[in-house]
Design a protein around this ligand. Structure first.
Ligand code: ATR
Length: 271
């Protein structure tokens, strides 16, 4: 019998996850189906419960339900616990198990696909919302020289610094305090790109050879990546590779087999 999986979100029509998981399933000869499920904003739980009753084996969770998914799970991986959000659920006889593969997806994309080592580097993480929180521990696990969290509302960055300082060298500041600093890797985890905006980075922030990474992706470069390309970044990357890598980690959790991500990233780029 075909095992059912789904991505649950609102909105969800734009999600590329069904395409990605269909490609993984073909590649690894796994008999699965993977659909999009639009949950009402006030009834994520009901949608999830119905999908389980209908035979679902697991689900990906996207905006705006990742925190809720994490809260309602019966068990959680340590990385989901740190992220306080879940993007991957596994349904078992014992209940709902939550994981968060977003941070691992980002780090795998940077290290393996882009080929940029993070160990000993100065990393700037822009944003202090759920997207930022989910990637901090996996970034710190790479032993950067320093991780600075910058946010418009500095109090949110301070809270993350406080939470994650046991795991590495973390600082927090607002954008004005970045003047005169340089970073080897600047990661945009703000939602500014969504509205075509750009956070106020000071001139000279990109060190020679630095990597600019936007966790968002789209058909055209984001405002952040356009800024980076014209202000000294050595290379630029959008979040498509992260999307495929987080999916691969979820697929491996569900099916016990690791798919090959590069052909799938290539396929999505050509669409
Ligand atoms: P998510 O879960 O996607 O991270 P969020 O919790 O709403 O969403 O967080 C959005 C992040 O983008 C925040 O860090 C926000 O900064 P504030 O906390 O100061 O609001 C940041 N952000 C959104 N628009 C921005 C902009 N135009 N410039 C700078 N930061 C922006």
């Amino acid at each position: 019998m075909t095992d059912r999986y789904a991505v649950i979100g609102n909105p969800v029509a734009h999600s590329k996850s069904p395409l990605i998981h269909a490609a993984f399933a073909r590649q690894t000869a796994q008999d699965i189906s993977y659909e999009r499920l639009l949950a009402p904003l006030h009834d994520f739980v009901g949608t999830l419960r119905q999908f389980r009753i209908d035979g679902g084996r697991g689900a990906n969770v996207t905006v705006p339900f990742k925190e809720e998914a994490w809260r309602l799970a019966d068990t959680r991986t340590p990385r989901a616990q740190l992220a306080q959000a879940a993007n991957t659920l596994v349904f078992t006889d014992a209940g709902i198990h939550a994981d968060n593969t977003d941070g691992a997806g980002l780090v795998t994309d940077i290290l393996q696909n882009i080929g940029y080592a993070l160990s000993g580097r100065r990393i700037l993480l822009m944003g202090a919302g759920g997207a930022a929180r989910g990637v901090i521990a996996p970034l710190l696990a790479e032993h950067p020289a320093l991780l600075v969290i910058v946010n418009r509302t500095v109090i949110r960055a301070n809270a993350l610094q406080h939470q994650f300082s046991p795991y590495g060298i973390v600082e927090a500041c607002d954008y004005a305090a970045l003047r005169g600093m340089q970073f080897d890797c600047i990661i945009n985890a703000t939602s500014a790109s969504l509205s075509g905006e750009l956070a106020p980075l000071p001139d000279g922030i990109f060190a020679p050879g630095s990597l600019a990474y936007d966790m968002m992706y789209g058909n055209a470069p984001t405002p952040f990546l356009r800024y980076a390309a014209s202000h000294g970044a050595g290379s630029c990357a959008d979040g498509l590779g992260m999307l495929v890598e987080q999916a691969a980690a979820a697929f491996e959790l569900w099916r016990g087999v690791r798919p090959d991500t590069l052909p799938v990233i290539k396929q999505l780029r050509s669409l």
